[in-house]
Write a protein that binds this ligand. Structure first.
Ligand code: CDT
Length: 304
């Protein structure tokens, strides 16, 4: 049983410093404590504005958006307060490593304040060069290296927990790789602009697609999925909210209703996963990996 909180953030503007953001995160932790949560999930890049919407010629000019240590002096109060309250958390941030690599990262922190897992985003969307004709950039492929570490599953909070970040949720492979490790709860932060520049016909479908992929991934792998947004109007760009806690049945157990900081929670009985993992989605009995070779053997479609 995990009482999990989805701690959605409203916008973080460019001028909002980390100290003010950490205060907001701590306020959400206090709401989570009142709701008796054991684990709180914060969004992707939860400490800053979504800076890939701007391009800079020299990437080192963007260094100030990245964390070089975790916890740092500024984020330590979050770790300390979470430990004091006995609440674990999942936090997304931009990571700059000592050898200069840049990752879109999410960590899982236990109730004693220890970092039990680190995940680095695999599927990096958007573009790698400046595209001045866009109303705003989505230059994640300039700012982040795609991780080769893949999708892990960790024993924590009495279950088997996995992580993914934003665009990863649109790819069935993300869920399946974790499903094949017996995942029971997947934690996913996201920042999703409502306006999709390459195909604006998708704008009106953002909420539908968000629910579609996470509900399908949960059901097809017999796992809970906790999807948490940073949304609202951030630097003039409207971001999707709709943070949701989804059951292994694919049903939505809790969902936010605002474009602001908001906590929703659900008590998740991890035994519910078995109902799917041991019946319709008994992988060992029903999967046919011998005919799935193309899944890992090729990247794009091959038209014979
Ligand atoms: N942050 C992130 O991965 N956002 C993407 C936006 C679509 S690609 C421009 C997403 O999949 O929601």
């Amino acid at each position: 049983m995990i009482n999990v909180g989805a701690a959605q953030l409203g916008p973080i503007q460019k001028e909002d410093d980390r100290v003010s953001v950490v205060k907001r995160l701590i306020d959400l932790l206090h709401q989570a404590k009142s709701a008796k949560c054991e684990l709180v999930v914060f969004p992707e890049l939860a400490l800053t504005t979504f800076f890939p919407r701007w391009f800079v010629e020299n990437i080192s000019e963007a260094d100030h958006w990245y964390e070089t240590e975790m916890p740092s002096a500024v984020t330590l109060p979050l770790f300390d307060e979470a430990k004091r309250l006995g609440i674990g958390f999942c936090l997304g941030y931009a990571e700059l490593t000592p050898n200069g690599e840049r990752f879109n990262t999410q960590i899982l922190v236990e109730r004693d304040g220890s970092v039990v897992a680190k995940y680095r985003k695999v599927h990096i969307p958007g573009h790698a060069t400046h595209e001045p004709d866009r109303p705003f950039q989505h230059a994640e492929r300039y700012y982040f290296t795609p991780s080769l570490e893949g999708f892990g599953v960790w024993k924590a909070f009495g279950g088997r927990l996995g992580m993914m970040i934003c665009n990863d949720r649109r790819w069935p492979e993300s869920y399946r790789v974790m499903g094949l490790q017996g995942v029971e709860m997947i934690l996913c932060g996201y920042n999703t602009p409502m306006h999709y520049v390459p195909d604006p016909s998708q704008d009106a479908l953002q909420g539908f697609h968000n629910a579609l992929v996470m509900q399908s991934g949960a059901y097809q792998n017999g796992t809970f999925v906790v999807g948490v947004a940073k949304g609202g109007i951030e630097e003039g760009v409207l971001g999707l909210c709709d943070s949701s806690i989804i059951a292994p049945s694919g049903e939505i157990l809790a969902k936010t209703s605002t474009f602001q900081d908001e906590l929703v929670h659900a008590v998740c009985d991890l035994d519910w996963c078995k109902q799917y993992k041991e019946t319709l989605f008994d992988f060992d009995k029903y999967r046919r990996p011998e005919v799935y070779g193309r899944i890992t053997g090729q990247r794009g479609s091959v038209l014979d």
